[in-house]
Write a protein that binds this ligand. Sequence first.
Ligand SMILES: Nc1ncnc2c1ncn2[C@@H]1O[C@H](COP(=O)(O)OP(=O)(O)OP(=O)(O)O)[C@@H](O)[C@H]1O
Length: 265
Amino acid sequence: MNRDVLRLDAVTFRRSGTEILHGIDLTVRRGEHWALLGPNGAGKSTILGFCGAQTHPTSGTVEVLGHRLGRVDMQELRRHIGHVNPRHPLRSDLSPLEVALTGVTGTVERAMRWQPTDEQQENARRLIALVGLGEAEAARWPTMSQGERGRALIARALVASPALLLLDEPTTGLDVAAREQLLETIDDLSRADPELASVLVTHHLEELPETTTHALVIAGGRVLAAGPVGDTITSEVISTAFRHPIEVAYHDGRWSARAIRRALV
Ligand SMILES: Nc1ncnc2c1ncn2[C@@H]1O[C@H](COP(=O)(O)OP(=O)(O)OP(=O)(O)O)[C@@H](O)[C@H]1O
């Protein structure tokens, strides 16, 4: 069985006459959890756009779940990818369960004239409990906290049993407790389904889940380092990426970073 979930080969991307990505290679296999790290404007969201079958590269090839972009119905492919976008444009006052069910129809709002089956309801209810929203039946999207929204969106992403989960800065804007709870939820998902693969975009090492297996560090549209997380996230690589002297540390499954201050004399 082919274990590649995602494969980018020599991918470039050009917009408005400027090359934004220069020859990106990335292979994600089943059960791997990748972090995409880099400063503002590095090209992380653009790469996630390929992973999510949202955009085509200018040159190079992208294969998602065994299908080459350009030769496949992108909309159909997207049904098998769970994409958690913090700017999810939902407007109506759906409950967490209803938000999760929009993942079945692949719509932002509740689909017109559509009723979930008992089995779909049951599955969505199970996922809502899994992400820790089992007690939040009365919550409604417009007044949910950022953390509750993030969890509801993860349940929505999982409802179609995706092989690939994409998380775009899932913990941005959360307080420390909500961030830690969400990271724990992500870790639980990885442990519950050893075949699930994921790609998580962040600027912050502190926001990497413990279950992160690999990292790709990018700056200025180029890969600086990629591979197993422990070999890839080093003070040297992160300092180069963020163009500032930074010391990284790893303790008990979690990463942190701080600037190296010049000693006072
Ligand atoms: N459609 C576009 N037209 C022109 N430039 C674009 C377009 N989309 C992205 N860019 C540029 O490409 C670069 C990479 O953008 P991208 O959003 O992928 O970076 P990022 O690493 O996700 O950044 P951030 O961390 O700030 O979200 C940026 O300089 C951005 O301005």
